[in-house]
Design a protein around this ligand. Structure first.
Ligand SMILES: Cc1cc2nc3c(=O)[nH]c(=O)nc-3n(C[C@H](O)[C@H](O)[C@H](O)COP(=O)(O)OP(=O)(O)OC[C@H]3O[C@@H](n4cnc5c(N)ncnc54)[C@H](O)[C@@H]3O)c2cc1C
Length: 468
């Protein structure tokens, strides 16, 4: 196993959170979304007081302005559920009691279609059942559990800068109702998402910007909800992915369907570049019938649509390589999309954030010297970012409009992955191993084992009939 894979396995551990000595007086988290809330949860074990500064005042049931992607279909990967349960024991049961469902482990309610062919059913190996819900529902549960901690508070405010003293960050500036507030902190965590301005703040104060890597993906989304009706379909999770070579019009696209809380399905359709699913219900239904397996068309034409269709465009996958800067102030961290955000079709964001929170826990448990930059933290986060980036950007390099950047050895890796994906169509073991990587339960390098290679390179394999 590679060193990165070993570290990935340690970060992903399911060891329950243990009481720790509080070595920080106050920690401030900027942004109270999934990453910020999980950071606050972890910090609550290590700081006397944790303050979350969030610009959105509303934190109800529905999508909110600060998270414009919140109305789009969000899947929580198996590893995300495992980590959430680690930080919030019982949260999956709580979600189910509040109206969400978990996917049966035998895969009977799930389907994965690749280029129009149904993949063999794969069972879920995670210890925690896979929870399906809308994004605002999950965030509401996470927020409730986080702010219920005796030393965590969320305050309304828009952060706009940092306070520095010598080589460390000492606080945060934010505005609320036109007034500027300054809050002192031993540790500041940026969780303001992919549009984070932290790099600007660092540069303005004479520090180095973390290198920014971008892969232009130009992905378009449309999502809506339907009333769940078992007479129309009995599936709770359906993913249909097709690459450019697998569709009649040469356009890659992904569709997703999840049974979410309060007896609804959430359905998302995606396309790239000028292939833009619109907010028009007729066009949405037409796309479902034309471009996706029958279940999409059946639901879009027979089930009752609840609410409107929301659309979204994301220009790129991006990562900020904090681990690569040579000068960085002490008392400052970043987490979640503020570090890296990927093509959303792979559903990695919330799970990566949960794993970043586990990096934070591991870093804080090592009794770090808070007068020094948190290099060890960023080295841990890098392991998670590299893993997610490798899986998502590698797949995106197969899109006709994506022109790099290409990793070293791309052609060989592509050839080998093609063989492994083909083997996964017929071999349950290879399929399971691949699923562990796509659900972030395992590091991508664990895919290549002598046994997997032997199966992938064996000639003349015949596809096994899939179970519907
Ligand atoms: C279309 C789409 C679909 C997606 N689907 C999935 C999926 O299926 N599965 C998945 O796991 N992930 C998915 N993601 C990614 C997921 O939304 C994020 O990775 C996840 O929300 C973690 O993000 P975050 O908490 O780091 O940032 P965000 O959720 O973006 O939150 C940032 C927070 O910071 C606040 N904020 C911003 N600036 C300031 C400021 N100056 N002061 C105070 N507060 C501020 C915002 O109000 C917000 O609350 C998807 C993303 C998109 C765009």
């Amino acid at each position: 196993m590679s060193a990165a894979a070993k570290l990935f396995a340690q970060i992903s551990a399911t060891i329950p959170a243990k009481p720790a000595t509080r070595t920080l007086r106050r920690a401030v988290v900027l942004g109270g979304s999934m990453a910020g809330l999980m950071a606050a949860r972890v910090l609550s074990d290590h700081a006397d007081e944790v303050v979350v500064v969030e610009r959105d005042e509303s934190s109800g049931d529905g999508p909110r302005a600060g998270v414009p992607q919140g109305n789009q279909g969000h899947a929580l990967l198996a590893a995300g559920g495992v980590q959430l349960e680690r930080w919030y024991p019982g949260i999956v049961d709580e979600a189910v009691a509040a109206g969400a469902v978990t996917l049966p482990k035998d895969g009977s309610r799930s389907q994965l279609w690749v280029n129009g062919a149904l993949r063999p059913r794969s069972t879920v190996e995670a210890d925690v059942p896979v929870l399906v819900s809308t994004r605002p529902f999950l965030e509401k549960l996470v927020r409730a559990r986080t702010v219920a901690l005796e030393n965590v508070t969320q305050v309304p405010g828009r952060a706009w800068g940092l306070e520095f003293a010598g080589s460390r960050v000492t606080g945060v500036r934010y505005t609320h109702d036109g007034d500027t507030e300054v809050v002192e902190a031993d540790l500041v965590v940026d969780a303001t998402g992919r549009a984070s301005r932290l790099s600007d703040w660092l540069e303005e104060a004479g520090w180095e910007r973390p290198p920014l890597q971008r892969m232009p993906i130009k992905v378009n989304y449309a999502t809506t909800l339907f009333a769940y009706d078992e007479a129309i379909a009995d599936k709770w999770s359906v993913i249909s992915q097709a690459n450019a070579a697998g569709t009649a019009d040469g356009r890659a696209r992904i569709g997703g369907l999840l049974r979410v809380e309060h007896d609804r399905w959430i359905m998302l359709l995606s396309g790239y570049v000028d292939d833009r699913p619109s907010a028009d219900p007729e066009e949405f239904a037409e796309r479902c019938r034309r471009d996706f397996p029958d279940i999409f068309g059946d639901i879009a034409t027979k089930a009752t649509m609840v609410g409107e269709i929301g659309t979204y465009h994301q220009a790129d996958s991006r990562r900020r390589d904090f681990h690569a800067v040579s000068r960085f102030p002490a008392g400052l961290l970043a987490i979640g999309d503020a570090v890296a955000s990927f093509n959303p079709v792979y559903g990695q964001g919330m799970t990566a954030s949960a794993l970043h929170a586990s990096c934070l826990a591991r870093y804080l448990a090592s009794s770090p010297d808070h007068s020094q930059p948190a290099k060890e933290y960023f080295d841990l986060v890098r392991v998670i970012v590299d893993a997610a980036w490798r899986t998502s950007t590698f797949a995106d390099l197969a899109l006709p409009h994506v022109e790099g950047p290409y990793p070293r050895g791309y052609k060989v890796i592509r050839w080998l992955s093609g063989k492994i994906f083909t083997a996964a169509l017929t071999d349950r073991g290879v399929n399971q191993r691949l699923s562990r990587i796509t659900t972030m339960l395992a590091h991508p390098s664990t895919l290549v084992t002598p046994a997997t290679l032997a199966k992938a390179l064996r000639p003349n394999r015949k596809p096994r009939n899939a179970t519907r």
